[in-house]
Design a protein around this ligand. Structure first.
Ligand code: OGA
Ligand code: MN
Length: 201
């Protein structure tokens, strides 16, 4: 990880609780991951995302309408393998500088079909406090404000809303326990890679 990138990440997570890194990921890998997602979605290997955890998980289409597929860390594509390596470096740096005790990462590809949204929520579950840092990598080609699908973060300190355009290559990091956020309705299929760095529950 580059020093300047790491510095922004540490400042953001230790300060407001979130940080956006525009044009942070190589577009060649963004394209490859987007194709992986869209092909998987089209061939039916994605499933409707649920709300809650484990046995308590429910499909609630009034809350979220994205489709997801977990990334298998054991059999990654080349592009996914570079992403896992970066997540691992990030995990180590966050432990070193912020003493977060992060032990593992999990990641899923997500597609929001046209009209899909995810209402305001926190990523940490009520009955499991393992998720500590949320990390999103956007995979969209030529996304503009008219395409919708904005990520709206709410600053924990004052509730101020901060909007992020899900442009391919942008990375967003935030604290899973304090930063509420939502995805506004997408105007066309919107693709992302959503990851969580976890500590022991
Ligand atoms: C999530 C989520 C946001 C996004 O998957 O929990 O909030 O912008 N995703 O894809
Ligand atoms: Mn979320």
């Amino acid at each position: 990880m580059e020093d300047t990138q790491l510095e922004s990440v540490l400042d953001g997570l230790a300060g407001p609780g979130f940080v956006t890194l525009p044009t942070a990921w190589p577009l060649g890998d963004v394209d490859a991951l987007r194709r992986e997602a869209l092909e998987g979605w089209q061939d039916g290997s994605f499933h409707q995302a649920g709300v809650g955890r484990g046995g308590g998980q429910e499909i609630r289409s009034e809350v979220r309408r994205d489709l997801v597929r977990w990334l298998d860390p054991e059999a990654p594509s080349e592009a996914a393998s570079r992403w896992w390596q970066w997540l691992e470096a990030l995990r180590t740096e966050l432990n070193r500088h912020l003493f977060l005790g992060l032990v593992e990462a999990e990641a899923h590809l997500a597609v929001y079909p046209a009209g899909a949204f995810y209402r305001r929520h926190l990523d940490r579950f009520r009955d499991d406090d393992a998720r500590t840092i949320s990390c999103l990598l956007y995979l969209n080609d030529a996304w503009s404000a008219e395409d919708g699908g904005i990520l709206r973060l709410y600053a924990p300190e004052d509730g101020r809303a901060v909007d992020v355009l899900p442009a391919g290559g942008t990375i967003v990091l935030f604290r899973s326990d304090t930063v509420e956020h939502e995805v506004l309705a997408a105007g066309r299929p919107r693709v992302s890679l959503a990851c969580w760095l976890r500590r022991r529950s």
